[in-house]
Design a binder for this molecule. Structure first.
Ligand code: PLP
Length: 464
């Protein structure tokens, strides 16, 4: 009897596979993304990643200051998270039965509630931040019997229709048709407009990021979140924090809400929750909110999703929390983040285009402003007219190409450079980040190359 053909293992490092699969990616996934990476000179092949470092096929070592948009808090491929995932796969455990109690989900939920503290005692698991925000919308409506939701200007909550309804940006919404009715935008950091809205007693929830990440690492004014919470309590409106980027120790506390002394009724977590290796999200909430949705056997499945409590994600979440605790990464990130910002402020003090360095923990934003010097101002305005993000993108490109540092500008504020390395970043790596940013900012202020590069980039983008 002829034996069955052997399975061929996928080898991403094989040159043939790689070229063919990049073409396949362009053909079948997203050609525009490939073009954009080409234009920016960022279309590299990575062989492996470890801690805060990314290793490329052509021998470069790149320092990751993006962390996959705050996914890699414990560093890339943390050995403990990897070994827990391998153990889970090799255990032949009952995965995705959909008809058993997933014990790992119980363990992770307990760990999350213990770390969050306060009255957050129930957890709904799902697979993405957006799905977490959808959960918040449904649970807030069920609990309050009201439909309307308030969100803040500049917010980023995800790109599913419900989450997108809590984002005012025309850029993200354009061409996708009508969003949820009954959503209201208020300025982040201002209480009066919120007070007026809540007084109508139609608002189910106020959904905010405690520190707005994509809006430009916007830190709340002192007392703001506590004042929002107080108002919400007065009007029986739920106070919800989206900690998808700020959670899991990113801002120097397990949750940013702990930094500001508030106790939200629901918290959304995702991204770093499972060590950057498996999709996982969680909505932490109070018991009464949970019971508003799950209150009878008939409704035991009323809100769920297929992969929500998958044991790989649960085990990765548990391992990630263990790493945060065992390596004291939250305290470390808090301390080193303060040092990073202080040193950046000093290093960038002489440059007129640097407006502010701000943030908490290992989440830092450097805000730029238009130059005053006439020659630079003319170039700056010309590039802004081509695309408002061009200036920031060239900054990102220069840091990547000249200094081997991966960063990004904020999605809703192109004048803010985000510096968010893994919490495991070393002192030597911080030195390199600070020195490199200073040198690139110096080039912007002292040489015309930066601006001529911008022109070349714009030309390349237009000719593609
Ligand atoms: C604050 C915040 N909320 C929600 C989301 C959406 O998360 P996801 O991309 O996992 O759906 C993001 C994504 O960047 C985010 O930054």
């Amino acid at each position: 009897m002829a034996s069955a053909p052997a399975f061929v293992s996928y080898d991403p490092q094989s040159v043939d596979t790689e070229l063919a699969d990049i073409q396949s990616y362009s053909q079948h996934v997203n050609p525009i993304w490939v073009r954009l990476l080409d234009v920016l000179g960022m279309n590299l092949q990575y062989t492996h990643c470890s801690g805060a470092e990314l290793y490329t096929q052509d021998g470069r070592t790149i320092l990751d200051c993006l962390s996959g948009y705050c996914v890699h808090n414990v560093g890339h491929n943390h050995p403990h998270v990897v070994s827990e995932l391998v153990a889970e796969l090799q255990s032949q455990s009952p995965a995705m039965l959909q008809s058993n109690v997933v014990t790992e989900a119980g363990a992770l939920a307990r760990a999350l509630c213990e770390h969050a503290g306060g009255k957050l005692s129930k957890v709904f698991f799902c697979s993405s931040g957006s799905e977490g925000v959808e959960t918040v919308i449904k649970f807030a409506r069920a609990h309050t019997g009201r439909n309307d939701i308030v969100y803040a200007s500049g917010a980023f909550h995800g790109l599913t229709c419900g989450a997108l309804s809590l984002m005012g940006s025309d850029f993200w919404r354009e061409s996708f048709g009508p969003m949820l009715a009954g959503t209201h935008e208020v300025p982040f950091g201002e209480i009066k407009p919120l007070e007026k809205l809540l007084a109508n007693r139609k608002i189910a929830a106020v959904v905010l990021e405690p520190i707005q990440a994509e809006a430009g690492i916007v830190v709340p004014p002192p007392g703001y979140l506590a004042a929002v919470q107080k108002l919400c309590r007065q009007h029986n409106t739920l106070f919800v924090l989206d900690e998808v980027q700020t959670g899991m120790g990113r801002t120097g506390r397990f949750l940013a809400s702990q930094r500001y002394g508030v106790e939200p009724d629901m918290v959304v977590m995702a991204k770093a929750l499972s060590g950057g290796l498996v999709p996982c999200a969680a909505v932490l909430m109070t018991d009464p909110i949970y019971k508003s949705v799950f209150h009878s056997l008939r409704r035991a499945f009323i809100h769920t999703s297929t992969f929500s409590e998958n044991s790989l994600a649960m085990r990765a979440g548990l391992a990630t929390i263990q790493v945060l605790d065992h390596e004291h990464l939250i305290e470390r990130g808090d301390r080193m983040g303060i040092e990073l910002r202080n040193r950046l402020r000093t290093a960038l003090a002489d440059f007129e285009m640097v407006k502010e360095v701000r943030g908490e923990g290992m989440l830092t934003g450097i805000e730029f402003q238009p130059p005053r010097k006439l020659s630079a101002r003319v170039s700056y305005e010309a590039f802004k007219a081509i695309h408002p993000g061009l200036f920031g993108q060239i900054l990102v490109m220069r840091l990547f190409q000249d200094k081997n540092i991966l960063t990004q500008i904020c999605g809703n504020n192109f004048m803010v450079l985000k510096v968010a390395p893994p919490l495991t970043v070393s002192e030597a790596q911080l030195d390199h980040i600070i020195k490199s940013i200073r040198e690139v900012v110096h080039t912007i202020h002292s040489s015309s190359t930066f601006w001529t590069d911008a022109l070349k980039l714009a030309q390349r983008a237009l000719s593609h």
